[in-house]
Design a protein around this ligand. Structure first.
Ligand SMILES: [Zn+2]
Length: 333
């Protein structure tokens, strides 16, 4: 057993798919909700054998794949929707899939076919001064990730406040942008369960990921960390018995975890500010001070983390863009 078993909740079955080799995430969690026709929350990635694993776990809960009437995807990342197309194909009848409008493009064939390494990405890499050899590594990792999911078309759009009601459940979508612009949580009001996707995770602090494809955003001024913090406030104070996250163990004390996240981001902002204060330099070279031990595979994540914290420092007036470059040069104030 990789994680503590989920508490028994009527009409909610948790399936924790082990993510070997992705130790940070531990598991990808799928939830089957409802008595009769079942709603699936997320699907996990398309690992070899993943479909058989999910089907087997559903069977153990007394659910047949043909009982699934809809899939709600908490956000458009492959570890949450990767298996959706396979489940649809394997099921007898039609399954309606829902995703928030702002993440729809990420799962679509159109999004998949788009030049994976866009001109925007190239400009961005020049802006942060990422060396070519690092860029090649990131590209390789991205194309590997693409193998872990199938595109998902014919999806239905859900917006903040969308409700899904069936026998034994009443779910409400809460738009919680930050980890991605279209991230949502689902609140089940009868049993006070919050399905939190990657907005709330117990063992790691979710990354509010930077958005390179700015033209895909509804709000051109969208900033991931700022949105993320607002989304934390949006769910704090909810009457929640258990949080069922997209990865790892369930959570009992939502408000406590929200306060630890806030402290964490404040500390990280101070760390970025301190690095800048020591020496103004392009973003890529700030990694030396902010994440000196970052694993090779996570350099892109490190850049994302520094950038989203830098955006807040600039908003607050404690840093500025001294030279737009490329490469861009920031300065602590
Ligand atoms: Zn995830």
């Amino acid at each position: 057993m990789l994680i503590k078993p989920f508490p028994k909740v009527e009409d909610v079955h948790a399936i924790a798919i082990p993510l070997f080799g992705y130790s940070d995430l531990i598991t990808a969690n799928v939830y089957a909700v409802g008595k009769g026709p079942v709603t699936l929350i997320d699907t996990g990635p398309k690992f070899p054998g993943a479909l058989a694993f999910v089907q087997k776990q559903l069977k153990l809960a007394g659910i047949d794949i043909n009982d699934i009437e809809r899939i709600i995807i908490t956000h458009g990342h492959l570890d949450h929707f990767g298996l959706a197309a396979s489940i649809r194909k394997a099921a007898g009848g039609p399954i309606e899939c829902f995703i928030h409008a702002e993440d729809k493009w990420r799962v679509s064939s159109e999004g998949f076919q788009e030049e994976m390494w866009s001109e925007e990405a190239q400009i961005f890499m020049a802006m942060v001064d990422m060396p070519q050899r690092e860029i090649e590594k990131v590209k390789k990792r991205f194309s590997f990730f693409k193998k872990l999911c199938d595109p998902l078309d014919n999806v239905s759009i859900m917006e903040d406040g969308a409700e899904f009601v069936g026998e034994g459940y009443h779910l409400r979508a809460i738009h919680t942008p930050g980890h991605s612009p279209g991230s949502i949580c689902l609140y089940e009001s009868r049993q006070q369960i919050l399905f939190s996707g990657d907005h709330i995770i117990k063992h790691i602090t979710p990354n509010p990921l930077m958005e390179i494809k700015r033209d895909r955003l509804r709000d051109p001024n969208y900033q991931s960390l700022k949105a993320y913090m607002n989304s934390l406030d949006k769910i704090s104070g909810l009457d929640v018995r258990f949080v069922f996250p997209g990865h790892g163990e369930y959570i009992e004390d939502l408000d406590n975890i929200i306060s630890t996240y806030k402290v964490h981001h404040r500390q990280r902002m101070d760390l970025v500010w301190g690095a800048l204060k020591k020496k103004s330099r392009p973003l890529y070279y700030l990694i030396d001070d902010v994440f000196p031990y970052v694993p090779e595979d996570d350099v892109f994540l490190a850049i994302s983390e520094i950038l989203v914290h830098l955006e807040i420092l600039i908003n607050e007036g404690s840093a500025e863009l001294a030279d737009p470059g490329p490469p861009a040069l920031y300065r602590a104030l």
